[in-house]
Design a protein around this ligand. Structure first.
Ligand code: KG4
Ligand code: ZN
Length: 334
């Protein structure tokens, strides 16, 4: 079964062709980072326009790299949400048009579920597994009983972990996208230099809170009570120590809760998805864990359409009147 996947939920314009849910024939990603960089973050309207410009070519490239003809496609899959509404609409309407034109079924896919699927595409983990979503928009732990059968264990009460990396990077004067830049800066720093801690949520031992941690970084970098636009009051060397201390606090909190939840729910493996899985310090911390960890393969960590086309193989087609979903739909209740 050959599926064309389309992903336009945020600032990557992506199309991919996947056979039988696992064999990736092409995985084309056009990043818009350069267009948003001068604004220090993603500008939604700009993202929609960039998708409009790029998506037709990205799809053509995915088809030609896969060496298939449009007529050979068995279905079209597209990210339904969560994401930026205008950005999602570009992908969804393109997909609907293709599905009608080719006379093929259309399969809407949940972006967050697809991030988890990315790590299960090559090899299925033993179930039950603990699903760990660590992206720019979401942070959550889920019990994966089987592919397609999930229970939500916990999520963040404020910032997502990737968002915290991005905001802290911006505070420290690093360019967008902040997560990778912050990890690079942290490499030269001492993680024990500042004692920082991520938040705990009363009565929810596995829930996350990163906004207090972000404020602690602000106060160290710019002075207690200062505004995030205030000038930095520490030098380059201290900045690296601060980045390392922040990263260590955020990641050790994540790892502690992952291990606690995995034990509490009898999980036999960890399945990780989302952009923060690119972080090498996180991979090193979890390498010490007793459970096997399943990570997305190269090219499947950040937003991509291969995970959309792959997961779609296991989902059902929809009628053409489904809508974009900007907010996270609880796919674990399916
Ligand atoms: O999954 P993703 O591509 O988009 C969403 O669906 O949100 O994740 C992007 C997020 C951004 O917040 C980015 O800063 C973060 O992943 N990220 C990282 C690293 N690489 C990307 N965070 C920490 N360390 C990294 N190396
Ligand atoms: Zn994503």
């Amino acid at each position: 079964v050959l599926i064309l996947g389309i992903e336009t939920s945020c600032d990557e314009t992506a199309a991919a062709i996947v056979r039988d849910g696992k064999r990736i024939l092409s995985n084309v990603i056009a990043s818009q980072a350069a267009a948003h960089q001068i604004y220090g973050g993603v500008v939604p309207e700009l993202a929609s326009r960039e998708h409009l410009l790029r998506l037709p070519l990205v799809i053509q490239q995915a088809v030609s790299e896969a060496r298939v003809a449009m007529g050979q496609l068995d279905a079209i899959a597209v990210t339904q949400g969560p994401g930026l509404i205008g950005a999602l609409l570009v992908g969804i309407h393109t997909a609907k048009g293709l599905a009608v034109g080719l006379g093929r079924p259309l399969i809407p896919v949940n972006h967050i579920e697809a991030h988890l699927y990315a790590a299960m595409m090559a090899e299925k983990p033993p179930f039950p597994a603990l699903g760990v979503v660590v992206s720019g928009g979401h942070t959550a732990l889920l019990l994966i009983e089987q592919l397609g059968h999930y229970r939500l264990i916990s999520s963040t009460v404020d910032d997502a972990i990737g968002e915290a990396f991005d905001k802290v990077a911006a505070l420290l004067g690093l360019p967008y996208p902040g997560g990778p830049a912050l990890e690079r800066l942290a490499r030269g720093g001492d993680p024990a230099r500042y004692s920082l801690r991520a938040g705990q949520v009363k009565n929810h031992p596995f829930a996350f809170s990163f906004s207090g941690l972000k404020t602690s970084v602000l106060y160290v970098a710019k002075g207690v009570g200062s505004d995030k636009r205030a000038p930095l009051k520490i030098g380059e060397e201290e900045l690296a120590h601060l980045a390392a201390s922040f990263q260590e606090a955020a990641l050790t909190d994540l790892v502690t809760k992952i291990e606690g939840a995995a034990a509490a729910y009898g999980c036999r493996a960890l399945v990780l998805g989302g952009g923060v899985t690119q972080n090498q310090r996180l991979r090193a911390l979890l390498a010490r864990s007793a459970l096997p960890a399943f990570w997305p393969a190269a090219g499947l960590s950040l937003d991509n359409a291969a995970m959309i086309a792959g997961l779609a193989y296991h989902c059902s087609a929809a009628s053409l009147d489904f809508r974009a979903e900007a907010q996270l739909k609880p796919f674990w209740l399916n």
